[in-house]
Design a protein around this ligand. Structure first.
Ligand code: 5GP
Length: 307
């Protein structure tokens, strides 16, 4: 019997019940983390980083479970990798020695194609809840900071007045979008508002990254999560409303939607706001020029003042 179990046996009943409950909760949180890792919702590098934080659930993840969460790694491969990294199968991420951690990180970077840390992230993703004004901030940057490269998305929706092919979007039909998907041309894509499909062409992003040229993507939350999974070195910026009330009035203020649609949008906004914690930076969209200036400062590697 281990000394831990011995201690548990000696505990008063109430403490043992609490300890059991905590253990059940930890198992549940670990299962959830594994699911998010496997689904690409959280990057393996991020989990490794988190595991340095004492008390974080990532610290309690076993090395084998961590390796098994990678696509195309089964138990035989995981075992081989673990031995090569010289990490015992009982190790949890939080208990890795310094050299073990370094070897594991190098393995992960190699596996997912991420560069060594310390380099400036060439890719910045701006996302946020519906109606927060991402498009307006991006348009402001396009106009006032022409040196910032903005990714031009492909979309199946029709151009609006004043929008130009290749400048605001590449306008494609459903078949065209399907072709881009099939040939792996898109870095990420999503159906937005259950209507049209939008996606980021991979070529320009890769090219900019190779040249170390900062680039901005203004996409929805689903897309941001895909970028996090495939390019963990990208910097994810969450554009937040100044307040919940402000978001509500931007969402429903126009008064054009029925009660049911308003309720649905508010529910979506709540869920979307809760995802802020997945982002590296949060910028409050109090005034568009200020939010844009903060974003550009971030991309230049300066710390923006406030928000
Ligand atoms: P709009 O049709 O108003 O130009 O854009 C609608 C939504 O689509 C915005 O929330 C915008 O962030 C999102 N969006 C635009 N381009 C992309 C893209 O390439 N990928 C994803 N995932 N979303 C996009």
């Amino acid at each position: 019997m281990s000394s831990k179990q011995g201690a548990a046996q000696g505990m008063p009943d109430v403490d043992r019940v609490a300890a059991n409950r905590a253990a059940v909760e930890a198992r549940r949180a670990r299962a959830e983390l594994k699911r998010r890792l496997r689904g690409g919702e959280v990057s393996p590098l991020r989990v490794l980083e988190q595991s340095l934080v004492p008390g974080d659930i990532a610290a309690t993840l076993r090395i084998t479970d961590y390796l098994l969460s990678f696509p195309a790694i089964g138990s035989v491969k995981a075992e081989r990798i673990r031995q090569k990294l010289e990490i015992s199968d009982r190790k949890r991420l939080g208990g890795l020695g310094k050299l073990q951690r370094q070897r594991l990180e190098a393995f992960v970077r190699d596996r997912i194609g991420a560069p060594e840390s310390g380099e400036r992230p060439p890719l910045t993703v701006l996302a946020g809840p519906t109606a927060v004004g991402k498009g307006t901030v991006a348009a402001y940057i396009r106009e006032h900071y022409p040196e910032v490269r903005l990714s031009v998305s492909a979309t199946t929706r029709a151009p609006r007045p004043g929008e130009h092919e290749g400048e605001h979007y590449f306008f494609v039909d459903d078949e065209g979008f399907d072709r881009m998907l099939a040939s792996g041309d898109l870095l990420e894509w999503a159906t937005v508002h259950n209507k049209f499909r939008y996606g980021t062409p991979r070529g320009p992003v890769v090219e900019a990254a190779e040249r170390g040229e900062p680039m901005l993507l203004e996409i929805d939350l689903q897309g941001a999560r895909q970028v996090r999974a495939s390019m963990p070195e990208a910097r994810l910026v969450f554009l937040a409303p100044p307040s919940w009330d402000e978001l509500v009035s931007r969402l429903v203020g126009r008064g054009t939607e029925g009660a049911e649609e308003r309720a649905r949008r508010l529910e979506t906004a709540k869920v979307e706001l809760a995802s802020a914690s997945e982002f590296d930076e949060i910028i409050v969209n109090d005034e568009v020029p200020r939010a844009a200036a903060r974003l550009v400062a971030l991309m230049r590697g300066e710390r923006p003042e406030g928000g």
